[in-house]
Design a protein around this ligand. Structure first.
Ligand code: NAD
Length: 468
């Protein structure tokens, strides 16, 4: 049994889920396989209706779900409502968009008759992290189901409760298994799994990719990032921009894949920037109980995360915002800004996944781009400027899957913008049409014009290449 504690009050157990044994995983995947054949045989509009019903059911219970999510994850209530609301919007977006993306495409012309079919894989295995457990599962569940797949999700043992309730609201083949790495491996390596979708850290991603590769199962991997946020010399240090930047780092206590994790500012502006940043943090950053109105940052997820965050809080770190929390009864960490750390220190070169952020001065644009693009990760990045053209030109030079302009993190997302990393931040995309296409295989039926019934003999040789 996995007992989930409340990270804001770790003496409180929020709920529990049973660990799925390898036999249970096998049985659930086989049942999903049997259900998938019936599900795929339904007309596409009927499958999409199941998504819109689930969206309404989530909406109808959003208060209870958001409270449960806040209690199991330590995320503030407003963020939990936002995540659930975004999951509802995503379900409806998929239901509207899938007709066009998944419909057969046919051409019949002088080259012949060609039909593209978008066929489901079969059973999809999804392995998801704790930090946005509903939306990150939904990015896989909604397109997988719409396309006619069954899906088995293994949520993180650190936040298994809300997604279990949400999955129960679908009248469709979405099943759950629970546990840690072992359960994830049993699921990903199952012989009936035909597609793997993983979101999480590098170690888990490497293990999952290796297992999937061994079975020749295609995968989508959404891994970590170490996003740079670059202020150009004309970027306004206006209140609203600074407020956005502060929360781009500290939403979910710095534990977001696309958080602004390294800040770069022209050397000549560093003092002004730090002053504006501290003032913004005083305005928008309140650390405390996630269920208390007005609190904008809760605890980190676990004792291990609290210890790892503490290691980044060097003595020179500047405390940020108001701190109304007790680090001895909940996994709270005082948020901090570290000014001009050693550029090769782990706070700068690795994904800290903690509420501590470095700011570094830079001399010129080539130097800051070299620093921003250093390393193996390439998930997100942002550029801030008063001149949008200049920002877009600069943005082209980032090695990142998603570049935000004058914002960063979730405020810069869009359902129509594909999201995913370059370099070792993963492969494949979520959101947008690209995200829908991850859950279908394109198969074709082709009758070349020369060999259609009634066609005049062309004199084409028996092994010739086609005309078009
Ligand atoms: P994690 O890798 O520890 O766990 C993610 C999931 O993988 C969990 O369900 C876990 O139980 C499972 N898992 C771990 N090791 C496994 C293994 N060897 N075999 C099979 N399953 C395994 O990640 P986390 O701590 O839950 O999340 C934090 C990481 O996720 C960060 O690096 C963050 O940047 C990344 N993340 C990426 C995105 C994205 O969209 N790119 C989104 C959210 C989080």
């Amino acid at each position: 049994m996995i007992e989930r504690e409340n990270p804001a009050r770790f003496a409180e157990i929020v709920g529990s889920v049973p660990v799925s044994t390898p036999d249970a995983v096998d049985e659930i995947v086989r049942r999903a396989g049997a259900e998938q054949r019936r599900w795929a045989a339904l007309p596409l509009p009927d499958r999409l209706a199941a998504l819109t019903h689930a969206a309404a059911a989530i909406e109808n219970t959003v208060d209870d779900l958001a409270t449960l999510l806040a209690r199991e994850s330590g995320k503030v209530l407003a963020d939990c409502r936002g995540e659930l609301g975004f999951a509802v919007r995503f379900l409806r977006w998929v239901a509207g968009r899938a007709i066009g993306v998944y419909a057969d495409q046919a051409v019949d012309d002088d080259l012949g008759r060609l039909v593209h079919l978008r066929k489901p894989y079969g059973v999809v295995a999804a392995v998801t992290p704790w930090n946005a457990p509903v939306i990150l599962a939904m990015l896989k569940i909604a397109p997988a189901l719409a396309a006619g797949n069954a899906i088995v999700v293994k949520p993180s043992p650190l936040a298994p409760l809300t997604i279990s309730r949400v999955a129960g609201l679908f009248d469709a083949p979405v099943r759950l298994v629970h546990g840690g790495a072992e359960t994830g491996a049993a699921l990903v390596g199952h012989e009936l799994v035909r597609k793997v979708a993983f979101t999480g850290g590098a170690a888990g991603g490497r293990a999952v990719a290796a297992l999937a590769g061994d079975r020749l199962t295609p995968s989508v991997l959404e891994l970590g990032g170490n996003d740079p946020a670059v202020f150009l010399d004309d970027a306004p240090l206006a209140d609203d921009a600074m407020d956005r930047l502060v929360m781009a780092t500290f939403a979910t206590s710095g534990q977001v894949c696309m958080a602004a994790k390294r800040l770069y500012v022209p050397e000549a502006r560093l003092d002004d920037f730090v002053a504006a940043y501290l003032t913004a943090a005083d305005r928008v950053l309140v650390t405390g109980d996630p269920l208390v109105p007005g609190v904008t940052m809760g605890p980190v997820i676990s004792a291990a995360a609290q210890r790892s965050a503490a290691a980044f809080r060097v003595p020179a770190a500047l405390d940020l915002g108001r701190f109304d929390a007790d680090p001895d009864t909940g996994y709270f960490v005082r948020p901090a800004l570290v000014v001009s750390p050693d550029p090769v220190s782990p706070l700068v070169t690795t994904e800290q996944f903690a509420p501590v952020v470095p700011v570094l001065g830079y001399r010129d644009e080539n130097a800051v781009l070299a620093a921003a693009n250093a390393g193996d990760l390439g998930l997100g990045a942002s550029v801030w400027s008063a001149d949008e053209e200049r920002a877009f030109e600069f943005a082209r030079r980032f090695e990142a899957g998603f570049t935000f302009v004058n914002t960063h993190n979730r405020t810069g997302m869009s359902l129509r913008a594909p999201f995913g990393g370059v370099k070792r931040s993963g492969w494949g995309r979520e959101y947008a049409d690209e995200g829908l296409l991850e859950y279908v295989q394109t198969c074709v039926i082709h009758a070349p014009a020369a060999f259609r019934p009634g066609a005049a003999p062309t004199g084409t040789g028996p092994s010739a290449y086609p005309a078009g």
